[in-house]
Design a binder for this molecule. Structure first.
Ligand code: ADP
Ligand code: MG
Length: 651
């Protein structure tokens, strides 16, 4: 591990480890773990904060006791008692408006005098604190932004300690790329107050790139790469253009921030506000009164506006319903299209930020676009970013976790332990999809070098099937149950057709960073669906070895089972066609032939039910012969059926 830069506050570049690429392309270095004194990665967000840890299985979010990844960056101060932090504070923010501090990050290391008139709109009061810095007058006290952040950091530290089972004293903490020295220092101070040493302050966009393995690769990079990080969170929108500058064999690489642009007053909260405004306006129009909602009702309205928004990220509509007074209920359905029109001006402002960032960076050629922040889950936001940059943005990782995951990657590098992370030049385990009967069709074979692309045609197994579930798997074994499930998605809205007729093209594309994009498209209707994943996440070199070894041990047995599963699927289709035709021409077949044919049908049906009962007990060869026998026996019947349809039969 070589590091070039120590004083990160001095410049905006973030160094990452040197390329030590030697030997095989899958690195399987042993971990001399420092899990007794772990370094965690922390995303101290404006709206939500997270803590993550990276070990040999890669980075993962450390969840709280209730299994939640996000901790709201909200603290309610209570005179003479301990403050309330996180979910509880956020859930009741509107009921305790003057004592609940949210978005404190906006004030970190900033002077009171530089705060504009907008502080007057906040429910809590912002005052001049020590050294003229912005502070909050809450619960009869003056609290600095660092103290607020320290409460959040302490809660994260406790989550990490509970999860890791050891004391946690060191962290890599992320900050926006535009934070100046004073703001970075304030962040360090907050960590210190929480009993954490911020051993490195890393830019949020850099962390996001690291989480995607950009720049962390063992591959020797010869040309520089330009990455846009589009971060649309709860309260802010930040667009950064980063350049990954290649180093020599001994020098490492580093990220340089070419430009940042954004809007520190534009986030998901504004989208919630737009929904709240719509509802209050319509209630006024419908019920003719300017309603004064009590705080608890306003809180409920806020919570439900947010959940309607979140629903609309995956559903086509959301129902808005508010009951008030004795028996008055406002109710209406908000459709995706109307919602998109409503938020279009907000989305357009984020695209303006993209335009400014690109201009300030000198309009470089962009190699990748990375999505960060909970609000990028909104399909219209993704569409706008895709359209502006003309490429599919990276979205394989949870957009609100990616910064914390990247901070953990950086932490593992700084902890001096070589990560046993899979940094790949090849696909370490085969990739495929589930087919009928629980078999796996492999599209990308193990050890294919990346980037790589593969496509294959599939069809439906049931008549009139309009939705197809695509289950993406990884592993060398033949059956789904023995492989690792890495993603599922649905291709919906296929026009009803008989089984076997739809043409579904499945494409696997693994790019140079090992990110897999799977697309399924039905040719006749043009319906498409896609998913992105990072197949190596959570996978260690040891796992890969084990999965490979198992595939050898079970090779013969697996092949037999796969063959049986395939035979069941194809025999079912054959039987269906044959029985359909037989029903039409039965009366034209001579009894002796009919008997032969029916006994062939019975025999094949017997093999199918035996296989479904226990695939291991079935003799695949005998099964295959029964299928072939029926195939031969049915020739005559098909001839009759065809002659009849040429004559213009009755069906
Ligand atoms: P920050 O970086 O500002 O702390 P986050 O990245 O956690 O914020 O983003 C929080 C915002 O993302 C909130 O406004 C939340 O409502 C929004 N959000 C989270 N999930 C979704 C979703 N599925 N659809 C739309 N917005 C979402
Ligand atoms: Mg964020």
């Amino acid at each position: 591990m070589r590091e070039r830069k120590r004083d990160d506050a001095a410049t905006v570049g973030d160094w990452i480890p040197a390329d030590t690429g030697e030997g095989p392309s899958i690195t399987g270095m042993a971990v001399t773990s420092s899990s007794t004194d772990p370094i965690v990665g922390i995303d101290l967000g404006t709206t939500n904060s997270l803590v993550a840890y990276c070990d040999d299985a890669g980075p993962r979010i450390l969840m709280d006791e209730a299994g939640r990844a996000l901790l709201p960056s909200v603290v309610r101060f209570v005179a003479g008692a301990a403050p309330v932090i996180g979910h509880d504070a956020r859930a009741h923010a509107v009921e305790y408006p003057v004592d609940t501090v949210y978005s404190a990050k906006r004030f970190m290391g900033r002077g009171f005098a530089e705060q504009g008139a907008s502080v007057g709109e906040l429910p809590y009061s912002v005052v001049a604190g020590p050294h003229g810095l912005a502070a909050f007058a809450v619960a009869g006290d003056v609290i600095t932004p660092q103290q607020v952040a320290a409460h959040v950091l302490r809660a994260l530290k406790e989550i990490a300690e509970r999860q890791l089972g050891v004391p946690v004293q060191r962290a890599v903490v992320t900050v926006p790329a535009y934070f100046d020295d004073a703001q970075r220092q304030a962040t360090r101070d907050a960590a210190r107050l929480a009993g954490l040493e911020a051993i490195r302050i890393v830019n949020e966009p850099t962390a996001a790139a690291l989480a995607y393995g950009i720049g962390a690769s063992e591959r020797r990079r010869t040309s520089s790469e330009t990455i846009v990080v589009y971060d649309f969170g709860g309260g802010t929108c930040d667009v950064s253009v980063l350049q990954l500058v290649p180093g020599g064999p001994d020098e490492g690489e580093f990220f340089q921030v070419l430009s940042t642009a954004g809007d520190t007053r534009l986030g998901g909260d504004d989208i919630d506000d737009a929904i709240i405004a719509l509802v209050t306006r319509e209630i006024r129009d419908e019920f003719g009164t300017a309603l004064e909602f009590p705080p608890a009702a306003r809180q409920a309205l806020r919570n439900f506006a947010e959940s309607a928004k979140i629903t609309l990220s995956s559903a086509d509509s959301a129902t808005l319903e508010v009951s008030f007074g004795v028996d008055r209920t406002y109710r209406r359905v908000l459709g995706r299209a109307e919602f998109e029109t409503m938020i279009a001006p907000l989305v357009a402002r984020t695209i303006d930020a993209c335009r400014r960032a690109m201009r300030d960076a000198g309009a470089p050629e962009i190699d990748r676009v990375v999505l960060v922040g909970g609000s990028t889950r909104i399909p219209a936001v993704r569409d706008a970013v895709r359209a502006f940059f003309g490429r599919e943005p990276y979205a394989a990782l949870d957009p609100d976790q990616v910064v914390a995951l990247g901070a953990a990657v950086q932490a593992s590098v700084l902890s001096g332990t070589r990560r046993d992370l899979l940094l790949v030049d090849v696909v370490p385990l085969s990739l495929g999809i589930e087919t009928v009967g629980g078999a796996v069709a492999k599209l990308v074979m193990r050890n294919s070098s990346i980037p790589t692309r593969a496509t294959e045609m599939f069809s439906t197994s049931v008549d009139g099937q309009i939705n197809v579930g695509i289950h993406v798997l990884q592993g060398e074994r033949e059956l789904v149950a023995d492989c690792r499930s890495i993603a599922r998605f649905d291709l919906r809205g296929i026009p009803p057709m008989p089984a076997g007729i739809p043409q579904i093209e499945v494409e696997f594309l693994v790019d140079a960073n090992g990110i897999l994009a799977v697309t399924a498209a039905e040719r006749r209707s043009g319906r498409r669906a896609a998913v992105q994943v990072i197949p190596t996440y959570g996978l260690t070199a040891a796992d890969v070895d084990r999965m490979e070894a198992e595939s050898f041990t079970h090779a013969r047995e697996d092949m037999q089972r796969h063959r049986v599963v395939d035979l069941v699927a194809t025999s079912r289709l054959d039987l269906k066609w044959i029985c359909d035709a037989l029903a039409r021409v039965r009366d034209e077949l001579e009894p002796a032939y009919l008997e032969t044919l029916e006994s062939a049908i019975m025999s094949l049906k017997g093999h199918i039910s035996a296989a479904e009962y226990d695939p291991r007990s079935v003799d695949a060869n005998a099964f295959y012969q029964a299928k072939e026998a029926l195939d031969r026996a049915s020739v005559r019947m098909h001839e009759v059926a065809i002659t009849r349809s040429l004559r213009g039969g009755t069906d």
